[in-house]
Design a protein around this ligand. Structure first.
Ligand SMILES: C[S@@+](CC[C@H](N)C(=O)[O-])C[C@H]1O[C@@H](n2cnc3c(N)ncnc32)[C@H](O)[C@@H]1O
Ligand SMILES: [Zn+2]
Length: 254
């Protein structure tokens, strides 16, 4: 975690300010230590450069299972997803170009990707903005792969462990918030959308990217986020990709 992050991270439980205690730091990056909330007193560890900002309640029900599954899947994710894309007739690069271009970046915006996973979208986002880029995910193992990839590519991105339903960020900080896949399986998609709106700036955008599986089609759960929109998020665009296997939903922050 870099010290710059202190200006925009907050306690995921009470949204109070966090105080850093660093135990090991190298060239301005805190590798081990903890963050204490000055509001509610909760403590959050930092291990190998990764702050764990999971609020009590983040690991309920579906989230607990997702985390377990993605922790196991993490070492194989990149290879298998690329293979899956090829088998369906598109390249992963094409998909990521579509996602990043839908963020309407003009070079200076700050971007948060919730569900950043192994960071497949990050190089495409970084190529479109010089602003601050951050990623959050519930799975430690997905983040480890992401962290290694970011180091290898020299990608400038802040990474956090946390959950979509309790974002550990300041109100209105990000110009763009991308929910980068998985919202259909969140414990609480309504809370996640409200949190995305809270941390996005007025006039900013929240983009939801999601894969539509056969099960969701059967259960008529396609475009489920539209049912849970909080006040202040207005749908302004929808793009279906690759034979309606994925969609991108654009929400304006009002
Ligand atoms: C389909 S992967 C997408 C990863 C990445 N955005 C990509 O495009 O490759 C979904 C990710 O969402 C994360 N996730 C699932 N539920 C979450 C939640 N409630 N909060 C934060 N991350 C979550 C998983 O750990 C996983 O890394
Ligand atoms: Zn707190």
């Amino acid at each position: 975690m870099r010290l710059e992050a202190l200006k925009f991270i907050r306690c995921p439980a009470c949204k109070g300010p966090l105080r850093l205690t660093a135990k090991r730091a190298v060239r301005g990056e805190v590798l081990d230590g903890y963050l204490s909330c000055l509001g509610c007193g909760l403590k959050f560890g930092i291990h190998n450069g990764l702050p764990s900002l999971l609020a009590p309640g983040c690991l309920r029900a579906a989230n607990w299972l997702s985390r377990l599954l993605y922790d196991v899947y993490a070492p194989f994710y990149d290879r298998l997803e690329a293979r899956l894309a090829r088998s369906l007739g598109f390249s992963e690069g094409e998909l990521r170009e579509e996602i990043a271009s839908y963020l309407d970046l003009s070079g200076h915006e700050s971007v948060l990707e919730v569900c950043v996973g192994t960071g497949g979208n990050l190089p495409y986002i970084r190529a479109r903005t010089n602003g601050l880029v951050a990623g959050l995910d519930i799975s430690r193992e997905m983040l480890r792969v992401c962290q290694a990839k970011a180091r290898e590519l020299g990608l400038d991105a802040h990474l956090f462990m946390g959950c979509a339903e309790r974002l550990p960020f300041k109100d209105g900080f990000f110009d763009r918030v991308l929910i980068g896949g998985g919202i259909s399986y969140f414990s609480d998609p309504r809370a996640a959308l409200a949190e995305a709106r809270r941390v996005a700036s007025d006039g900013g955008l929240v983009i939801v990217f999601e894969q539509v599986t056969a099960l969701e089609r059967l259960l008529k759960r396609e475009l489920m986020p539209l049912r849970y929109l909080p006040k202040g998020l207005k749908p302004i665009g929808l793009k279906w990709l690759f034979k309606r296997r994925f969609y991108l939903l654009k929400l304006a922050c009002q």
